[in-house]
Design a binder for this molecule. Structure first.
Ligand SMILES: Cc1cc2nc3c(=O)[nH]c(=O)nc-3n(C[C@H](O)[C@H](O)[C@H](O)COP(=O)(O)OP(=O)(O)OC[C@H]3O[C@@H](n4cnc5c(N)ncnc54)[C@H](O)[C@@H]3O)c2cc1C
Length: 390
């Protein structure tokens, strides 16, 4: 079997790795990627964090496998016994809810526990005792990860997945897919910007925020949107201990990053969130308007916060339900989608990559049942909603 993977970020690299790991010599894998440095790729511009706290058990299980791979990188990603440094720092997420958010936090907690996640609900007084720097005055409940969470370097992770895939025999081809040849329900070839034609039995759309554009090359809808997210790097002169990744009810998140802090804001329902805003222009006004006020409210020591720099990357958003599309396109079964992960595609890359490999090699999900992510939702319009989106 010959497979062309379009995009060599974390997702495309994970697909290639698991195709070779599970398929061996029986599968020929070519990954097409225009930018070996991944300068604009979400995988390199992400906040590189992993959590168990989702609203759907399958997303918890995807993260559990992600944690297995990231936490044991030497075993999963080592090449010729060389150690793999992803900069992984075990940490925790702290989700904070006002009274209005309590039912959702409780429902999420039940789903997480059912999937075996190590999480605990803390009343505001318990959270205040544990985290004296936290303002709990307006909080009604918090949820804290016990294990299986933390942060790591996304760029290193994508590169390590790619290096391992290459060591198993996957081939990287530098270039951009500019056309896809389709006859009826089947794709036959990808054409690159340098004129190369790659024939294959199956094609995987792993183009992250550009997944919609790749779908259009084949005349197929892939409703994934590139939505800019700005990450701020901050310093606080007031001494603080290492902070967990705090998810504030305002939509602002922040965590320690060594001696500094990083944080940002995700638009909620009804907030303006245009497509394709330029990546070289982080939204600096957001710091004054959204991020700093919320951080200083939640952690009074952050009154003294200093913003040092900012960067922007694209979330790859599937607006129907903020859940990924994983599996064959309903109008073209040999185009596999692995797209629309919003802000959690790095940690789900191993689970998604393994799933796509299983589907292509065995025609069925094997280790994790990924049916709920089926792109059949494009036809049915039936959402599979993930509520714990950051
Ligand atoms: C600010 C920010 C914070 C985030 N925080 C987290 C987090 O804490 N935890 C987490 O798990 N996830 C997080 N994410 C999400 C995560 O980074 C993404 O879901 C994940 O990196 C997507 O990987 P990908 O390989 O699909 O996309 P990408 O890394 O963008 O790779 C897609 C690749 O496709 C290539 N490509 C595009 N078009 C073509 C074409 N026509 N031909 C060939 N190649 C093409 C591109 O060059 C690109 O390299 C965050 C994202 C952002 C932006």
């Amino acid at each position: 079997m010959r497979v062309v993977v379009i995009g060599g970020g974390a997702i495309g690299s994970a697909v290639a790795l698991f195709l070779k790991r599970l398929g061996g010599a029986a599968v020929e894998v070519v990954v097409v990627e225009p930018d070996p440095g991944l300068a604009r790729s979400s995988s390199a511009l992400s906040a590189g964090s992993i959590r168990q706290q989702f609203s759907n058990p399958i997303n918890v299980r995807m993260s559990q496998f992600g944690h297995e791979v990231i936490g044991n990188a030497d075993t999963w990603l080592g090449v010729d016994g060389a150690p793999v440094d992803l900069g992984f720092v075990p940490g925790a997420y702290l989700f904070c809810a006002t009274a209005a958010g309590v039912p959702v936090l409780q429902a999420n907690h039940a789903a997480q526990r059912a999937a075996g996640a190590d999480v605990a609900l803390l009343a505001p007084a318990e959270a205040a005792a544990r985290f004296p720097w936290l303002n709990t005055a307006d909080l009604a409940l918090t949820s804290l990860g016990g294990s299986g969470e933390g942060w790591f370097d996304g760029h290193s992770f994508a590169r390590a997945l790619a290096a391992k895939a290459r060591s198993l025999g996957a081939r990287w081809q530098r270039g951009q897919v500019v056309a896809l040849d389709r006859a009826g329900e089947r794709l036959h070839a990808a054409r690159l910007d340098d004129g190369t034609r790659l024939d294959a039995d199956a094609f995987v759309n792993a183009a992250g925020p550009w997944a919609g554009a790749v779908g259009r090359l084949a005349g197929l809808p892939v409703p994934v949107h590139a939505r800019r997210r700005t990450v701020f790097v901050m310093r606080c002169p007031t001494p603080l201990p290492t902070l967990p990744l705090v998810c504030d009810p305002s939509g602002v998140w922040f965590r320690s990053e060594g001696p500094q802090f990083i944080g940002g804001w995700s638009p909620g329902e009804g907030d303006d969130d245009p497509d394709d805003l330029p990546l070289d222009q982080p939204d600096l006004a957001q710091f004054e308007d959204r991020v700093w006020p919320a951080m200083a409210h939640r952690v009074p020591a952050f009154e003294a916060l200093r913003m040092q720099r900012a960067w922007a990357g694209y979330y790859e958003v599937h607006p129907l339900d903020h859940n990924a599309l994983i599996g064959p396109h309903p109008a073209c079964p040999n185009l596999l989608l692995c797209n629309g992960f919003s802000g959690h595609g790095l940690q789900h890359a191993p689970g998604a990559g393994r799933g796509i490999a299983e589907w292509l090699l065995h025609g069925a999900w094997q280790t994790l049942d990924l049916l709920a992510f089926s792109p059949q939702r494009l036809l049915s319009g039936q959402p599979f909603v993930e509520r714990a989106i950051i």
